[in-house]
Design a protein around this ligand. Structure first.
Ligand code: 7TS
Length: 408
């Protein structure tokens, strides 16, 4: 492992890692669900609460100006972090789910009509399925899902064949939360451009693992959540192509999203505020900005290299456990390891390893079509982050051996 990546130092920034669980040190292997926050994020939000808390975009008083500067400053950090063209394309939302719902409610409901199709994949999180179902129900459009290959990769041949003149939107995840599969976005982007179809990328599981450059990806919409990037909950981002955002109607009305309001008629604010009705999650946005700065200080390439090496080591160690099967063996994977243990229900795995101080996720991972594809009710899932270390992996393996003792 690279000496430049000082894992002890990386870990020391996360106070949550110092707590104990059931009397044992915590081995936190559930960052794909929500990643802990470093001290710098907690302190940035604390500073705001203690010294600057007020509302944005409305007061002439100093605190309001400071709050506005901090909130809009966070937007500038987000723009840089994902290389968006301008801050006009950076819309704060409550999370990935709300970002996708924004596109479904605004763009899809006003653009789709009967006979149109939205193309997704069978490995989407429910957040990239249900909003399209709602938009399709409202417009008479149809939701189409491209199938998977047995190893958890997208069946690109079938995906390509499902694109037709009826396809009006492609919405795909960048990384599957249930399988770890990294999708071939450059190939999907080429197809989208070739057919002139707008496309959305669900970046919830990708944003923390390597460099995300929305201009290089070339998508029209990119969605992610702060809490999977060591930021707080309640904040996320939709990056949208400016021309598309300009053409879209607002989806929520209220303060801040308007330029003028008369009882008969209102005029909308400029981007990005047209899509930010009401008082936004100011503290959380500031926390997200601090999280991005923290990740930048560690180095995104260094984090990714560390995580990939550790995930490969973890998969090898896990496969030595009798009856353990890894679900999702794509050639390109993020550090997410879904698995089953013969003869043990995943919930029992989760409960026993928790007693050993090891936090993993078990269940359908809000990706029920993936479970259906594999004929499984659930899997156990260990997900790695910038602070994960070999000890976490050893603790997981030891806890799983304990599961085998208890249930076999
Ligand atoms: N898309 C993907 C690929 C996800 O993994 C998640 C959350 C979401 C969308 C929704 O994000 P939210 O922040 O709006 O809730 N995934 C998970 C998970 O894997 N375990 O808990 C949440």
């Amino acid at each position: 492992m690279s000496t430049a990546y000082n894992i002890a130092q990386v870990r020391s920034a996360f106070p949550l890692l110092r707590r104990t669980v059931h009397g044992k040190p915590l081995a936190y292997l559930d960052s794909a669900a929500s990643a802990p926050m470093p001290t710098s994020v907690i302190e940035a939000m604390d500073r705001y609460a203690k010294h600057h808390h007020s509302n944005v975009h409305r007061g002439v008083h100093l605190l309001s100006q400071e709050a506005t500067d901090a909130y809009e400053g966070a937007r500038t950090i987000v723009r840089r972090f994902v290389n968006a063209r301008s801050t006009r394309e950076v819309i704060f939302t409550r999370g990935t789910t709300e970002a996708i719902n924004l596109v479904a409610q605004s763009w899809a409901r006003s653009s789709l009509s009967s006979g149109d199709e939205v193309l997704i994949t069978h490995m989407e999180h429910h957040a990239n399925i249900v909003p399209w179902q709602l938009a399709c129900q409202a417009t008479g459009a149809r939701l189409v899902a491209a199938p998977l290959l047995p190893n958890g990769e997208l069946d690109m041949e079938r995906f390509r064949a499902l694109i037709s003149p009826r396809t009006r939107l492609i919405a795909v995840t960048q990384v599957s939360n249930a399988l770890g599969t990294i999708l071939p976005l450059s190939e999907i982007g080429l197809l989208a451009r070739e057919h002139g179809i707008p496309w959305l990328v669900d970046g919830a599981q990708a944003i923390a693992h390597g460099i995300v450059d929305v201009q290089a990806i070339g998508c029209d919409f990119y969605a992610f959540s702060g809490h999977k990037l060591y930021g707080p909950t309640g904040i996320g981002v939709l990056i949208g192509r400016e021309a598309l955002l300009e053409s879209m109607p607002p989806w929520q009305g209220g303060g801040d999203m308007i330029r003028s309001v008369r009882i008969e008629h209102s005029e909308w604010n400029e981007l990005p505020w047209k899509f930010e009705a009401g008082t936004p999650p100011i503290a959380a946005a500031i926390g997200l900005g601090a999280a991005m700065e923290h990740v930048e200080s560690l180095g995104r390439e260094a984090i990714a290299a560390h995580e990939i090496a550790l995930a490969q080591h973890a998969e090898k160690a896990l496969l030595e456990i009798d009856g353990l099967r890894i679900i999702g063996t794509a050639a390109h994977k993020a550090p997410v390891i879904s698995f089953t243990l013969d003869g043990v229900h995943p919930h029992d795995i989760g409960t026993v390893v928790d007693l050993e101080g090891v936090a993993i996720r078990t269940g359908h991972h809000c990706a029920m079509p993936v479970m259906e594809f594999y004929g499984l009710p659930a899997t156990a899932r260990a997900s790695l982050a910038c602070f994960s270390n070999e000890d976490d992996v050893q603790r997981l393996v030891a806890a799983l051996r304990r599961v085998c003792e208890v249930f076999r």
